[in-house]
Design a protein around this ligand. Structure first.
Ligand SMILES: [Zn+2]
Length: 622
């Protein structure tokens, strides 16, 4: 067996799956999906085939011709990171034939790590349940068995059978919504009597088609009582059917088409036809997820001042870098995120101006320095290309691939000049689109396109070295320098005057707060809040940066606000620093008790991925 990816049981000698057809019956009362999947392999194969699963029940594997059972086995105990290996024996009786397709009948379990099932009280409208996916990095295997590595790319069709009062969206083209038909999509094979419930008149089928090959981590759906608003010629914004939420989202993302046009100028034609947006309930664990055709977003990006555009710019940029060109496995994650962060800032620069882009770069620079400091006992994860054998990608998720990757590309841009770098990026995308590549492929291409580049830039130090290379660059602009000097003056006891911050938006405050000393006198924290009410900011970036400062300074007046925040959002960007600030370091007994209690009470409201991440932070320090 030759493994392809440290996070997958997939075997490089097995044919990759090219197409999957899924029939999925959503049983909300038991938080379970019962499914039939039909797989087509790249070439006929006789032998053992290895798939990834996690928390799945495999009922049957069936031959494509006569539906006779094929032997399969599951590994006896699940690997804590990779899950359970499914081995299928594709050994036909008459051994001159080989299979290139087969069926698997399976059920998910309520503990499937990709899925969050929300009961009505956890939604905005409180009337209907909701379920949504988050498959990155290695959670698609908890929805259906697959070769769950980005080295493999699949096309898919899906029939989602859901209660009639709900509707569904996917990272795929919507073919239609219609009454279910008995036996369609091999649904007669469904287990536990769900085959006969398939065509009940209380149900509806939503049909989807994804005919562009995607890595499994981009498989996505959401089911709930959804509404939508048109915001551009190829963009609708979806959310729970609550007018206030839909109106606010439509307003926040009104500038999306302009960003798509900027993206096309930079990278070439937009390949995915639609660029729709889905605003999820507050438990969504990320800022955004770049699911093709249907980006998933946290509601915390709706701030009422169009500044959420930055996250949309990031997810849009993934349409080229990440979704068209994909990292071969998570050890090369910077190829997805470094490029996308670079592209995001170019789009922001074009749409909102250079000052705004530099501010983002400055916030990123500060974040990178802090992450490198955080990994000081485990420098491996300060490398762009790193070794993740035996490592859970969710627990080492950091800004390094984003910000160091950005810095690397920005360094190349400074070396060869922007016009040449723009040409290079266009050519890179045209050459590798719909492929999954690694750092070596990138470097080989770079050296071929820019002969002699390795003499000017230490490419090995940048991609394999730890920490921040000496030729990384802190950005400069009048606004950026002004904010940093005001933060320095605070150390000498001077708070900014109201006229100095009058036109500050969230990002200015975020940069300011992050450049204050990590620990202040409690009286200073109180004075800052008294004047600028940062603990009540509607912008979570500002609020969380302030609350983190308050915890580190042991200013306990704000602990009830900390608790409230941890209970109302599930975005890991906010959970991580707040829980870490509470439990890290000596003399934190009261804070540790608070963290444990709040997590016990809020846990159910977090997505399973966020639950795992908070658990690992608490386990490390308590
Ligand atoms: Zn990203």
């Amino acid at each position: 067996m030759a493994p392809l990816d440290p996070h997958s049981f997939s075997d490089s000698t097995n044919p990759p799956t090219t197409d999957v057809s899924l029939s999925l019956y959503f049983d909300f009362p038991s938080a379970t999906i019962h499914g039939v999947a039909f797989f087509i392999l790249a070439f006929p194969y006789a032998g053992e085939l290895s798939f990834d699963t996690r928390s799945l029940t495999i009922h049957q594997v069936l031959s494509p011709t006569d539906l006779s059972p094929l032997p399969f086995s599951l590994s006896s105990s699940p690997d804590p990171i990779k899950g359970t290996q499914l081995s299928i024996s594709l050994l036909p009786e008459d051994d001159d034939t080989a299979f290139n397709s087969f069926f698997i009948v399976f059920s998910t379990s309520p503990s499937s790590t990709a899925l969050q099932w929300l009961c009505p009280p956890q939604t905005f409208n409180k009337k209907h349940p909701f379920v949504y996916t988050q498959c990155q990095s290695i959670h698609a295997r908890s929805i259906f068995p697959c070769q769950d590595t980005p080295a493999a790319r699949i096309r898919y069709t899906a029939l989602l059978n859901v209660p009639r009062e709900l509707s569904a969206v996917m990272s795929a083209r919507h073919v239609g919504r219609r009454p279910p038909v008995s036996g369609e999509g091999h649904s007669h094979l469904l287990p536990n009597g769900f085959n006969s419930l398939w065509s009940s008149e209380t149900r509806v089928v939503e049909e989807f088609l994804m005919n562009q090959p995607i890595p499994p981590y981009l498989f996505a759906f959401a089911v709930g009582e959804l509404g939508s608003r048109e915001v551009g010629p190829r963009t609708r914004v979806y959310a729970e059917a609550v007018d206030s939420v839909l109106d606010a989202a439509a307003k926040e993302f009104a500038g999306t088409e302009e960003m798509i046009r900027q993206g096309e100028k930079l990278f070439g034609e937009y390949a995915w036809e639609r660029f729709d947006l889905l605003v999820l309930p507050p438990s969504f664990p990320y800022g955004g997820m770049e699911n093709p055709r249907m980006v998933f977003l946290t509601p915390t990006v709706i701030k009422g001042d169009a500044s959420g555009a930055q996250v949309v710019a990031h997810e849009l940029a993934h349409s080229w870098t990440g979704n068209l060109i994909t990292n071969k496995n998570n050890e090369h994650f910077w190829l997805n995120e470094g490029f996308t962060t670079y592209a995001e800032r170019r789009i922001v620069e074009a749409v909102q101006g250079e000052d705004r882009a530099i501010l983002n770069t400055g916030i990123g620079w500060k974040g990178l320095k802090e992450e490198v400091e955080k990994f000081k006992d485990n420098l491996e994860f300060t490398k762009l290309k790193n070794n993740q054998e035996g490592v859970d990608p969710d627990t080492i998720y950091s800004e390094v691939p984003y910000e160091k990757g950005f810095q690397f590309l920005w360094r190349i841009e400074r070396q060869i000049g922007r016009p040449a770098f723009d040409e290079f990026i266009k050519k890179y995308i045209a050459t590798f689109k719909f492929q999954s590549i690694d750092t070596e492929r990138f470097l080989k291409f770079l050296k071929a396109q820019v002969p002699g580049i390795e003499k000017d830039i230490d490419l090995v130090l940048w991609t394999e070295g730890t920490g921040i290379p000496p030729d990384a660059y802190e950005p400069v602009s009048d606004l950026y320098t002004k904010i940093l000097s005001l933060a320095n003056e605070f150390k000498l006891g001077r708070m900014p005057r109201e006229d100095e911050v009058a036109d500050w938006r969230g990002q200015e405050w975020e940069l300011y707060l992050e450049n204050l000393p990590r620990v202040l006198e409690a009286s200073q924290v109180l004075a800052l809040d008294e004047r600028y009410r940062l603990s009540e900011s509607k912008d979570y970036e500002v609020k969380v940066a302030f609350l983190q400062l308050a915890i580190l300074s042991k200013c306990r007046n704000f602990y009830s606000e900390v608790e409230k925040t941890l209970k109302e959002v599930g975005r890991m960007k906010y959970l991580r620093p707040l829980y870490r600030a509470l439990v890290q370091g000596a003399g934190k007994e009261e804070e540790k008790i608070l963290a444990k209690r709040v997590f016990a009470e809020a846990r159910e409201c977090y997505h399973p991925i966020a639950q795992g991440v908070v658990e690992s932070i608490l386990a490390k320090h308590i």
